[in-house]
Structure formats: structure tokens, C-alpha cells
Design a protein around this ligand. Structure first.
Ligand SMILES: C[C@@H](N)C(=O)N[C@H](C)C(=O)O
Ligand SMILES: [Zn+2]
Length: 228
């Protein structure tokens, strides 16, 4: 179902419909910027949002349901060592050949089962964000907040989809406010049934999953969820 029909207040910045992602182009299967999730995952995210709103924060999702054809696009992209257009921002230190082996991207992704979400926290009122301009100078995603690509998220120590050990949720180099922000996200979502992926502070799966063995492949579009 469309997350917006359960909670229109959760901010959506669907990165894989845009060029601002580690591939550098819109990803196969993302026709429109719509967050689609299973009903229990959407409802759980709404419960977390209610709690955050009371404290002056909002959730912001970057990715939700991901069709298998999008995962296949990632796999194809990873097999082409010449295409490192976005390396300088998204994986400056990790060889492209290691991104799957090191756990940053999956060939069979929980996102395709519909109960996984990539998400952060934004302090309200949400600051405006600027669009990414293709070809702009890229800054490493682990650079200090004021230097890396601007995001109205609270400071999590790295940007979204920063394939680097600094993105590991419990990396000991992440301290102070950044660590507290990661903990706020993990504990708020954890209370509602979401389990975090240790390699990525932003990646959470709702459990129990209603479709634990199904990898869906319908496109991300408003039509896919019309009437649901
Ligand atoms: C690619 C990144 N956003 C992500 O979701 N990684 C996990 C491991 C996945 O692909 O399922
Ligand atoms: Zn994810």
C-alpha cells in the first residue's frame, strides 16, 4: 500500500527515482516517487512517526519497496568496473567489487519483500533541500555535515547510502550527537517492530514479515497501489 495513505506527514525523498544515488541515474522499476510498503510495515512506521512528531521530529524515507528489476539493475551496474561516476560521493574508500560482499547492497533484498525501508529523522520544521545537479563536484558522504551533500536530516555521521564502515550503526568512531541520533532512530523504530541492518544506520525491516519468501517485481508507481 502507499505509505502516504496511512501517514501523509512522513517526508518522502525517493532517491532511486532520481540521479542522486550511487548508480547516478534513475533505477529500473521506479516510475514515480511513491513509498510502497506492506500494511503492517506502513502502520508501524506511522506509530513511530506519531511519537517523533510529539518531540518535534519527522521520519523521512529514501527507499521503501524495491522491485527485483531494480535490484537486477544494481547487480548489472556492479559488474561494470568502468562506471564509477558516483564513487567520489557514495563509496570513496570501498572498491566497487566489494559492495555486495561487504553487505552494503543485496542481490536478494528485503526491500523487494515490501517490509523494508531506508529512513532517517528530520528536525521540524524541515529545512528546504536543494536538488542535485548531475555533474556537480561530489563530496565524500562521510565528510562533516557542512561539507557533504546537504540533507535536512539530523546528523547521522554520514549521508544516506554511504557505503563505508562509518555507516555501520554502532561504529565506535561515531560519538556524541551523531551517535544519539542513530540511537533515537533505532530505538524509536525498534519499539515498533523494526530491526536494523548493522552495516547501514538507515536500513530497517519490519518483523514479522507478511511475505518472508516473496520477491515482488511490480513497478513503483501510483497505479501499482491504486485502491489499496
Ligand atoms: C542499497 C541500500 N540502500 C540497501 O538497501 N542495502 C541493503 C543491503 C539491500 O540492498 O537490501
Ligand atoms: Zn535499505
Amino acid at each position: 500500500m502507499a505509505l502516504r495513505s496511512v501517514d501523509p506527514t512522513i517526508i518522502q525523498e525517493m532517491r532511486y527515482t532520481t540521479e542522486h544515488n550511487f548508480v547516478g541515474e534513475p533505477v529500473d522499476g521506479y516510475r514515480q516517487p511513491v513509498c510502497i510498503l506492506t500494511r503492517p510495515a506502513a502502520r508501524a512506521l506511522h506509530r513511530a512517526q506519531v511519537k517523533l512528531l510529539r518531540q518535534g521530529y519527522s521520519l523521512k524515507v529514501y527507499d521503501c519497496y524495491r522491485p527485483q528489476r531494480a535490484v537486477d539493475h544494481f547487480v548489472r551496474w556492479a559488474k561494470d568496473p568502468r562506471d564509477e561516476e558516483m564513487k567520489a560521493e557514495f563509496y570513496p574508500l570501498v572498491p566497487k567489487s566489494r559492495l555486495f560482499a561487504d553487505g552494503y547492497i543485496a542481490e536478494k533484498s528485503g526491500h523487494s519483500r515490501g517490509s523494508t525501508v531506508d529512513v532517517t529523522i528530520v528536525r521540524l520544521p524541515a529545512a528546504p533541500t536543494r536538488p542535485y545537479e548531475p555533474g556537480e563536484v561530489l563530496v565524500p558522504c562521510y565528510a562533516p555535515r557542512g561539507e557533504r551533500f546537504p540533507d535536512n536530516s539530523v546528523d547521522m555521521g554520514t549521508g544516506f547510502d554511504c557505503f563505508d564502515s562509518l555507516s555501520h550503526t554502532d561504529d565506535p568512531r561515531v560519538r556524541g550527537v551523531q551517535r544519539a541520533n542513530r540511537q533515537m532512530l533505532k530505538s524509536t523504530l525498534g519499539t515498533e517492530g523494526f530491526v536494523n541492518l548493522p552495516e547501514e544506520w538507515w536500513h530497517f525491516t519490519y518483523r514479522p514479515e507478511p511475505f518472508p519468501g516473496t520477491y515482488f517485481d511490480f513497478p513503483v508507481s501510483r497505479r501499482s497501489v491504486a485502491g489499496r
